[in-house]
Design a protein around this ligand. Structure first.
Ligand code: CUA
Length: 405
């Protein structure tokens, strides 16, 4: 699978940089090539002239020394203007490349990243998780990054992108991988004892279908995020003030219908786009950015102890789902995929007895706080898988990563 290389690609670029597997990487390498070729040209020019002059004007017997000219206007203008043009060109290329790198396309495929001491966990829109980053080819992907503890930094050298994961907020990076293969992923921020072991891989699949198939084999999703969000909307009391059909509640807050991505005007006249960070802030500190028209509405602040980081994610997933622009999997798709994965697991289990035993023991189990009753119903033989998700409490070993309550 060959990818068009920059014509300015340096010889040995592959040796210095390793693989180049995204559109961003080609951009970065292109600009790097231009800058390096400019350096090489000036090096040759300056050193060449220097050596020529050393030889031509060297001290010889009978050679008269002459006074140096104090200045030369045309020469000085030339050696000022040419570098200014070159530096301006480098700035323009660098700035436009940077802006492109910082602005994810609207149709990006979102993958959640949770960094913690000392691993990265990736969660896909249908709720499945993996420790290896699986990617579809030729599609813009946005990583929505968080940290559970300290600052980490997700660095994929072959993609030429790096972004910190900062506790208490969301950060993003995006790329479009266009060269199938497996690439190193590093943590690039010193984060403690096992920082140097905080490595994994990014796998760019050959086709979209192969990527989807891989997601199915990652197991049964522990939950479908929007459904968990809906449950929280009801259970945490959000529904008292926020409708999901666009209607208003007297003395309440904005409806969640089509809220995602909307530009809201605040009481002080400034504007804010409803994104991950805005929703997080509005849950933690409701009075920080009040939308015009909602002055005097005193929403309770929900600290981490009342609404965990994972629950904020689920609420965001639900708010995204309530938008017309939502393009993630529907509940049916998520369930169908889960069903398929389950059947496949059962099939494989059928071939070896011990496999079956193992599968029973390790089948993704519902964590506390998650709404997937269907899930519970499938995993549990008896009728205790009832309407209330609270009954999932008797699964003490439910290994839900990052669960904090
Ligand atoms: Cu995480 Cu270094």
């Amino acid at each position: 699978m060959s990818v068009s290389q920059s014509p300015l690609q340096l010889p040995l670029a592959g040796f210095w940089f390793g693989d180049s597997a995204t559109t961003t990487a080609q951009n970065v390498d292109h600009i790097f090539g231009i800058i390096t070729w400019i350096c090489i040209a000036f090096f040759v020019l300056i050193v060449g002239v220097m050596i020529t002059f050393i030889v031509k004007y060297r001290a010889r017997p009978g050679h008269e020394e002459q006074p140096s000219p104090s200045h030369n206007n045309s020469l000085e203008i030339i050696w000022s203007v040419i570098p200014i043009l070159l530096v301006a060109l480098i700035f323009f290329l660098g700035f436009s490349g940077f802006m492109e790198m910082r602005t994810p396309p609207a149709n990006s495929y979102d993958i959640q990243v949770l960094a913690s001491k000392w691993k990265f966990l990736f969660r896909y829109p249908n709720g499945v998780e993996s420790e290896v980053l699986h990617l579809p080819p030729n599609q813009p992907v946005r990583l929505v990054q968080q940290s559970a503890d300290v600052i980490h930094s997700l660095y994929i050298p072959a993609f030429r992108t790096k972004q910190d994961c900062v506790p208490g907020r969301y950060t993003y990076q995006w790329f479009e991988a266009n060269k199938p293969g497996q690439y190193d992923v590093f943590c690039a921020e010193y984060c403690g004892l096992d920082h140097s072991n905080m490595n994994t891989f990014a796998v760019v699949h050959e086709t979209e279908a192969e990527f989807k198939k891989m997601l199915d084999t990652l197991g049964t999703p522990p939950f479908w995020p929007p459904e968990w969000g809906e449950e929280l909307w009801s259970r945490k009391g959000c529904k008292t003030c926020h409708t999901i059909d666009g209607s208003a509640v007297v003395g309440g807050g904005p409806s969640w219908k089509d809220l995602w991505g909307k530009e809201e005007v605040l009481t002080d006249g400034s504007k804010v786009v409803v994104d991950h960070d805005y929703i997080l802030e509005s849950i933690r500190k409701p009075q920080a950015k009040v939308v015009a028209g909602y002055t005097g509405v005193n929403m309770t602040a929900y600290p981490e102890s009342l609404v965990s980081r994972e629950e904020v994610d689920a609420i965001i997933a639900y708010i995204q789902y309530l938008s017309d622009a939502y393009d993630g999997p529907t509940k049916e798709e998520a369930e169908a995929a889960a069903e398929e994965a389950k059947n496949k697991a059962a099939e494989e289990a059928g071939t070896t007895e011990e496999g079956a035993a193992e599968d029973d023991a390790t089948e993704a189990e519902p964590a506390d706080d998650q709404p997937a009753e269907d899930q519970a119903a499938e995993n549990k033989p008896a009728e205790e898988a009832s309407e209330s998700s609270e009954t999932t409490d008797e699964e003490p070993e439910a290994p839900k990563a990052g669960e904090e309550e």
